[in-house]
Design a protein around this ligand. Structure first.
Ligand SMILES: Cc1cc2nc3c(=O)[nH]c(=O)nc-3n(C[C@H](O)[C@H](O)[C@H](O)COP(=O)(O)OP(=O)(O)OC[C@H]3O[C@@H](n4cnc5c(N)ncnc54)[C@H](O)[C@@H]3O)c2cc1C
Length: 410
């Protein structure tokens, strides 16, 4: 049996690696147990390989936003910038608050973490999936791995991530470990994921992008969420950051996305009506199909006119009744797309739901049920918007768990 460690970390992702770096520099004997053949795979995949590692703007968290704020008030963008600097990574902030490594390469983030961990003689054990975990004495945990290792540690950190971006059927062992210690796991569901829709409202639009305001409503028409940004039409629905940020609010049948394509162009309906009438007057002999060209991409303009009930059977603009203008404005402001679901956990960037945060302390991420047990990162019931919020929470909570209330050495 191996000697006793100060900290054994289940999972070598963002949270686990940051915790290891923070604890080992304070002299702790630390081991990371990683179930796969490499650490930091999601760090490498993040931000299209550029790794948007934090955000200096207003915090945008769901699940347990107050807990996330509490964690980040102790180890947020300023503290994390100091942490990165101390291990040799210079970060670069963009005007919109997003922060990247100055190399704009996710590999740099993983490289500095691995160098720091290596320099402290902390261990990383790959292909070491933890399957059983229990407390042997009041201050000693035992972790048993699938490859037959038995590890003893005074503290353990469950940083096993969520189920987002995993193949269906992948084990969700992190949740099971926390559950067996008496922790509550809130139902998990995909967040930051493309949306699937009925085929009618997206027919012929695949590949088109349009800037608009997106409103998600439930079956009763009540607004669930609203975002502004670029919508991308796909073969099976819609995507784009604004759509993905709506996805976590989709619950139950009958949800709908409404796209306001006119807001940026004509915030006022009267102005929009004047513009449409002007087109009818000015180009009476042109094909009615040209009604919205120059305002929205042509393929979308046909779809909008169809939704407004305007037949496109070769009519001229001058033959279009002015009575249809209100319906056309309505279709431009509320282009309706029926939601049938999301692209699922496999295609999600983050897991919503997870371990109940009120069972953990925001300063050390220690369990209030089992002393010495910590949890950090995506396994907790915290999910953030696009823009670096998820990695920022994973790194911040990981660092605090590693420090365990001690002064940081950075
Ligand atoms: C494509 C993509 C792009 C993204 N881009 C961004 C971005 O630009 N900015 C941003 O903020 N966020 C981004 N995210 C989200 C972000 O990457 C995650 O929220 C974050 O990495 C979570 O870190 P974590 O350490 O909690 O979990 P993970 O990174 O998932 O790490 C958990 C680790 O635990 C291991 N593990 C699980 N169970 C066990 C076990 N029983 N024993 C041993 N090991 C185990 C897993 O193999 C894994 O390596 C992106 C996600 C994806 C999928």
């Amino acid at each position: 049996m191996d000697n006793i460690y100060d900290l054994a970390i289940i999972g070598g992702g963002a949270a686990g690696l940051a915790a290891c770096a923070a604890a080992s520099r304070l002299g702790d004997r630390v081991i990371i147990l990683e179930g796969t053949s490499s650490v930091g795979r999601k760090i490498l995949a993040s931000g299209n390989g550029r790794c948007n590692l934090m955000n200096t703007g207003a915090l945008r968290y769901y699940g347990s936003p107050l807990f996330a704020e509490s964690v980040l008030s102790r180890c947020g963008a300023a503290e994390q910038t100091r942490f990165w600097k101390s291990i040799g990574l210079v970060v670069s902030g963009e005007d919109d608050g997003r922060v990247y490594p100055c190399t704009f390469q996710a590999a740099s983030v993983l490289d500095v973490l691995k160098r720091e961990i290596g320099s402290r003689q902390a261990e990383i054990s790959l292909n070491t999936r933890v399957c059983i975990c229990y407390k042997e004495t009041t201050d000693c945990f035992v972790l048993e791995t699938e490859n037959g290792r038995k590890i003893r540690s005074r503290r353990i950190l469950v940083a096993a991530g969520g189920t987002a971006a995993l193949k269906p059927g992948s084990a969700e062992s992190g949740y099971g470990i926390l559950k067996r210690f008496g922790h509550t796991i809130h139902p998990v569901f995909p967040a930051l994921v493309p949306v699937e829709t009925d085929s009618r409202s997206i027919s012929g639009l695949s590949g088109i992008r349009i800037r608009c305001i997106v409103t998600l409503t439930d079956s009763a028409g009540t607004e669930l969420h609203r975002e502004a940004g670029e919508v991308l039409f796909t073969d099976t629905g819609v995507s784009g950051i604004c759509v993905m940020q709506c996805a976590r609010f989709i619950h139950g049948e009958g949800c709908r996305l409404e796209l306001d394509m006119a807001d940026r162009l004509f915030p006022d309906d009267t102005e929009l009506a004047d513009e449409l009438l002007r087109r009818i007057r000015r180009y009476p002999d042109t094909d009615a199909k040209t009604m919205l060209i120059g305002l929205v991409p042509s393929r979308i303009s046909y779809a909008v006119m169809k939704q407004a009930g305007i037949p496109l059977r070769g009519e001229k603009l001058g033959e279009i009744s002015r009575e249809v203008i209100p319906a056309l404005i309505d279709a431009m402001r509320h282009y309706r797309i029926t939601v049938t679901g999301t692209r699922g956990m496999e295609n999600a960037q983050v897991t919503a739901g997870g371990a109940a945060c009120d069972e953990f302390r925001p300063d050390t991420l220690e369990s209030v049920i089992v002393p010495g047990l910590h949890a950090a990162g995506e396994i907790l019931d915290v999910d953030g918007d696009c823009g670096g919020f998820n990695l920022m929470f994973a790194f911040g909570s990981g660092i605090l768990a590693g420090l365990n209330g001690r002064e940081p050495g950075f």
